[in-house]
Design a protein around this ligand. Structure first.
Ligand SMILES: [Fe+2]
Ligand SMILES: [Fe+2]
Length: 359
């Protein structure tokens, strides 16, 4: 699946990969700060205050530091990785760093642009966490001489404007699916430590508890504004669910070596993550995707195949390559639209929102 043009062999390649946007890469966002400032969390005040006390307690303040043996362990294990696995792992580090830093930049910008004390404090805590996460990943890239200049990334990346409600749907989901992805990997490597090909995975459990709590924050904001969860907004929620799940599936299937090295089949891993995520989103979403509908798994497989063919066209180049790429993009979009119309499941919301990370 790898094409020379996509390989990360220099610090410039790593920076270009982080800056370049495509349909499946993490994006940077701006939003309507006045609307963010006008949010009220009064309807969920008790749960909100309990959550803010957890942020204040900062139980991960000492977590994102490398232990003495980290770099040596990384170096020794790197020697055992195949070149394909190493490339996929670097791609994983760069895209994870971009996505952590995207949260950091967005939360910081919201913090700077609002005076509402609840929102300002929340954004400050979440930016604190994401900045630690991004810095921790960057240390591992620096071990390979591939550290990313985050100031430059912040200045050079294209920013996509999202209305607050789209930020809530998308960011809630990306925090929760981030939790589910990390905890599934952590559990796997807890069971098979011999498959842990990099020390960074030892950090994932406490790390993803931060992401879980970030997701809780957006769940409470949405529950405090129930019109975001009704009427035509249900269609937006279905759209974001499908977009986030499909993006993850396609990405994981274009770098299968990473999961296989952990002893995980990509499809099985993705469905485990979807199931965890579906279970969690019952706290806030009135609709869920029907993961067991036969057209769902079949659609994802077709979508990944379309993207694979489009990438072949891109690698081939020239007019024929461009036509091939265009054709398979359109075919992929048609599969996505058909999947959107698979009947969704209705969910009635629980009386209290908060969940604990118990997976
Ligand atoms: Fe994070
Ligand atoms: Fe997060």
């Amino acid at each position: 699946m790898h094409h020379a043009a996509d390989e990360i062999t220099s610090v410039e390649d790593a920076a270009r990969k982080a800056i370049t946007d495509n349909l499946f890469s993490p994006r940077f966002y701006t939003t309507d700060y006045a609307a963010m400032d006008a949010l009220s969390v009064e309807p969920v005040r008790a749960e909100w205050d309990a959550m803010m006390a957890e942020y204040e307690g900062d139980n991960n303040h000492d977590h994102f530091q490398r232990d003495a043996g980290f770099a040596d362990e990384a170096r020794a294990l790197a020697a055992t990785m195949s070149p394909e696995l190493k490339q996929e792992f670097l791609d994983f580090l760069v895209s994870s760093l971009t996505s952590e830093f995207s949260g950091c930049v967005l939360y910081n910008e919201i913090k700077r642009n609002v005076t509402n004390p609840d929102i300002k404090k929340l954004m400050e805590y979440m930016a604190r966490d994401e900045s630690r996460h991004a810095g921790f990943i960057n240390s591992s890239l620096k071990d390979y001489g591939l550290g990313i200049d985050l100031g430059n990334l912040k200045r050079s990346k294209h920013y996509t404007y999202f209305k607050p409600k789209y930020i809530f749907y998308a960011t809630y989901l990306s925090e929760k699916i981030g939790y589910a992805r990390y905890i599934r990997i952590f559990r796997q490597l807890e069971k098979y430590p011999e498959k842990r090909f990099h020390p960074i995975f030892r950090w994932f459990q406490r790390w993803c508890n931060d992401e879980f709590r970030h997701g809780e924050s957006f769940a409470l904001i949405m529950r405090a504004h129930p019109h975001l969860l009704r009427g035509h907004n249900r269609l937006w929620i279905r759209f974001f669910l499908l977009a986030v799940y499909a993006t993850m599936y396609v990405r994981d299937h274009t770098r299968p070596d990473l999961k296989q090295a952990m002893g995980l089949a990509p499809t099985e891993y993705d469905f485990d993550v979807f199931r965890i995520c579906n279970e969690i989103t019952k706290q806030v979403f009135p609709v869920l995707l029907d993961l067991d509908h036969p057209a769902f798994a079949a659609g994802l497989a077709r979508l990944a195949a379309c993207v694979g063919r489009a990438n072949e066209g891109k690698a081939q180049g020239g007019l024929a390559g461009a036509l091939k790429r265009g054709f398979w993009h359109v075919a992929g979009a048609a599969v996505f639209v058909r999947m959107y119309f698979i009947p969704a499941l209705s969910n009635s919301l629980p009386a209290t929102t908060r969940l604990q990370p118990r997976w």
